[in-house]
Ligand binder design. Structure first.
Ligand SMILES: [Zn+2]
Length: 61
């Protein structure tokens, strides 16, 4: 997997929406590519923050 493919797959992976084979390739790429790993971690933080916001909204509704 190359960087462009990895970056395109990150979002789906964070939503648990990536084909298992692709997820495996992505994980392997992230282990060997510090630049993509940094991007992935940033995206992960963003998704977690969004999930917290939605969870809070559900609680207060
Ligand atoms: Zn990369």
């Amino acid at each position: 997997m190359n960087c462009r493919r990895a970056r395109a797959s990150m979002e789906a992976h964070l939503m648990n929406d990536l084909h298992p084979k692709l997820a495996e390739q992505l994980e392997r790429h992230l282990q060997t590519c510090p630049s993509c790993r940094a991007d992935y971690e940033e995206l992960q933080r963003l998704v977690e923050a969004l999930r917290r916001v939605f969870a809070l909204k559900r609680q207060s509704a």
